[in-house]
Design a protein around this ligand. Structure first.
Ligand code: ACO
Length: 312
């Protein structure tokens, strides 16, 4: 049992926070941020706008595009670590807000920036088991809620947003979620984590070093597993953490820069929403075309890392 992509949607909050806006409130510069990260702006949700609100809009847009209603979806899995409520899950709240009447399952996976790969991994497993016909994978984050405004090295890095993908079962194993791999190393917890008072704590240089090896490692593993090479891949969408990490990974893998989809300049790091938002951006702007093969490597707090191979 395989799957195919039948709908996608995304949502970015209206408020744009530019590097110049950061210059006004902390000791930083547009030049430093662009040179170290490639980021120019990011979206910040309103105070009253929640992770669930953003996920609902992205989900609605995906349903409209697929010409489906929420009752056509058998399961919702959400990648998020920034939900305002500890329980219930964002997944089940989104089902409720969209008026689901079938009592279908909704739940969250907490894989930080690798969250959307963990969510795709779950979806693939359920399709492989033949359990569900349609699964919605959502990435939704309000990273701005976790910003430590006293730490300029992390405050500038994150943004908010949500993306949703709807997959339907298919007899082809060459479409939809073709393959996934996920890993975790809890021993590296100290490198990057949220604190009990909801702040981001990160050793940037150490995280950087891990990222530039783990993302290409996961990408190589999945290409080898699928029996393909960089030539077969149309687009690589790495987790949008930092342009230098993205470019260095691409170089290690031998991918030309024109095959790399970059949104970090516009969205910054939206953690569990990053890859889903980037895929939606690529399709909305006519960059990614139907039938193309996408390689999706990611890494994040945990440490967690992994990759997915998707045909859109
Ligand atoms: N503006 C100006 N200067 C700054 C800023 C800022 N915003 N932040 C730090 N600096 C200064 C530092 O104080 C330091 O100054 P010093 O030399 O006088 O002490 C200097 O810049 C260099 O600081 P470093 O931390 O060594 O800078 P680095 O080149 O490593 O860049 C960065 C920092 C961008 C954070 C980089 O380490 C990085 O991208 N790391 C990986 C981050 C990442 O990918 N995180 C993933 C998160 S995923 C998740 O799961 C949430």
């Amino acid at each position: 049992m395989g799957s195919r992509l039948v709908g996608y949607g995304s949502y970015l909050p209206e408020k744009i926070m530019t590097n110049q806006d950061f210059e006004k409130i902390m000791d930083t510069s547009d030049e430093w941020i662009v040179q170290r990260t490639g980021m120019r702006e990011r979206h910040f949700a309103r105070d009253d706008e929640t992770v669930v609100d953003m996920g609902v809009i992205a989900a609605q847009r995906a349903l409209e595009r697929a010409n489906l209603t929420i009752d056509d979806i058998d399961m919702v899995v959400v990648a998020t670590t920034t939900s305002e409520l500890d329980f219930p899950s964002v997944g089940v709240q989104i089902l409720g807000k969209l008026g689901a009447t079938r009592d279908q399952p909704g739940f969250d996976v907490r894989g930080a920036c690798t969250g959307y790969i963990y969510a795709l991994h779950c979806a693939r497993a359920f399709f492989t088991a033949g359990m569900y016909r349609r699964i919605m994978v959502i990435g939704a984050e309000k990273m701005s809620r976790f910003i430590n405004w006293d730490d300029r090295s992390t405050a500038v890095l994150f943004g908010d947003g949500a993306g949703a993908l709807i997959f339907e079962h298919s007899t082809s194993s060459y479409s939809g979620i073709i393959d996934t791999v996920v890993m975790g190393d809890g021993k590296s917890f100290d490198m990057l984590h949220g604190t009990p008072d909801h702040k981001i704590s990160m050793n940037g240089p150490e995280t950087y070093k891990k990222a530039v090896t783990l993302m290409p490692e996961a990408a190589s593993y999945i290409m080898e597993h699928a029996g393909i090479t960089a030539d077969n891949v149309d687009w690589i969408i790495p987790h949008q953490a930092n342009l230098r990490i993205i470019n260095s990974g691409a170089e290690r893998l031998g991918f030309p820069l024109e095959k790399i989809l970059v949104t970090v300049d516009k969205h910054a790091n939206t953690s569990g929403a990053s890859g889903v938002l980037a895929l939606a951006y690529g399709m909305d702007n006519g960059l990614i075309k139907q039938g193309q093969l996408i390689l999706y490597p990611a890494f994040g707090s945990g440490l967690t890392w992994g990759a997915a191979l998707i045909r859109v």
